[in-house]
Design a binder for this molecule. Structure first.
Ligand code: PBG
Ligand code: ZN
Length: 327
């Protein structure tokens, strides 16, 4: 037998050596905690399909974010829900005076200033009565007619003080429309994190319960990407960069790590992954039955995101991970 010269196991001998040579590392500062903000006061209601995640009114959100900051979560991504009965064909409640997301942004920035990075999801689906992410004309999504509404929504968030606006609608040209609206208003410093590569995915199921945003008819396949496509992701990212995107995102995360690796290789912009609701809830469900070690699975997944090249991890598990000292 030939003598073994190269023995990879040498560097696996102890935890200290394994830690010394580990390629992918995690840091609480790369985590983004999503929040679902609702109108009203003193509301904190757990979302059934997402144990540990709540609908919160602005007053409760402030308390949650304060304790999260102490844990080490410095970035949030806000989703809003309109008042009952405020949904309309064009989703106008998204940017109406007093809309819940701008109110939340202003309150968070007033209280926490630059200690907190406030990002906001920009999409109409929680505000349209039909539940689609754009406007509908003659039974189809009208791409270009949707753009001014998305831009107005982004502008409302940016004027309230959002650090980053994050369009998730997947209309063509929305990054340019948003950038132009922000710049015209003098908000040249507000960054755009584009959901550049967002697939039509069954993993959004629990979120749609949380955001009350399931389409009344049809699905989102005419605007979100087809899960069979890989090269198209590069085109989507390239277009967004050309239109002014500052941060790129791939969503969902786990089933799309090839795409994360492709974007990491091709572009120098910071890259986010969205570890989406279905990915969260399936881990939660299995852990609740004792079928999986929750901490170990979450860390394995997060390390996979890092290995593939993600810089930012948007995850519902952030708070629990820090509270329970997983990092
Ligand atoms: C809205 C939006 C969705 C998610 C983020 N923004 C749902 C969708 O497109 O249907 C999914 C987030 C998650 O599942 O955690 N456009
Ligand atoms: Zn949407």
């Amino acid at each position: 037998m030939q003598e073994l010269i190269i023995r990879p196991r040498r560097l696996r001998a102890s935890a200290v050596i394994r830690d010394l040579v580990a390629e992918a590392r995690l840091d609480s500062r790369m985590l983004v905690q999503p929040h679902f903000v609702v109108p009203g006061e003193a509301i904190s209601e757990e979302i059934q399909a997402m144990p540990g995640i709540e609908h919160q009114s602005v007053d409760r959100l402030l308390e949650t974010v304060e304790s999260d900051l102490e844990l080490g979560i410095h970035s949030v991504l806000l989703f809003g829900l309109p008042e009952d009965g405020d949904k309309a064909p064009d989703g106008r409640a998204a940017y109406a005076d007093g809309a819940v997301v701008p109110r939340a942004v202003a309150a968070l920035k007033e209280r926490f200033g630059d200690r907190l990075a406030v990002m906001t999801d920009v999409c109409l689906c929680a505000y349209t009565d039909h539940g689609h992410c754009g406007l509908i004309r003659d039974g189809r999504i009208d791409n270009d007619a949707s753009l001014p509404h998305l831009a107005r929504m982004a502008l409302a968030h940016a004027r309230a003080g959002a650090d980053v606006v994050a369009p998730s609608d997947m209309m063509d040209g929305r990054i340019a429309a948003i950038r132009e609206a922000l710049d015209e208003d003098g908000l040249v410093e507000t960054a755009i994190m584009s959901y550049s590569v967002k697939y039509a995915s069954a993993y959004y199921g629990p979120f749609r319960e949380a955001a009350h945003s399931a389409p009344a008819q049809g699905d989102r396949r005419s605007y979100q990407m087809d899960a069979r496509n890989r090269r198209e992701a590069l085109l989507e990212a390239e277009l967004d960069i050309g239109e002014g995107a500052d941060i790129l995102m791939v969503k969902p995360a786990l089933a799309y790590l090839d795409v994360v690796a492709d974007l990491h290789e091709a572009f120098s912009q910071p890259l986010a992954v969205y570890n989406v609701s279905g990915e969260y809830s399936m881990v939660k469900a299995a852990a609740a039955r004792g079928w999986l070690d929750e901490r170990a699975v979450v860390l394995e997944n997060w390390h996979a995101f890092r290995r593939a090249g993600a810089d930012i991890i948007i995850t519902y598990h952030g708070r629990q991970a820090l509270r329970e000292g997983w990092l």
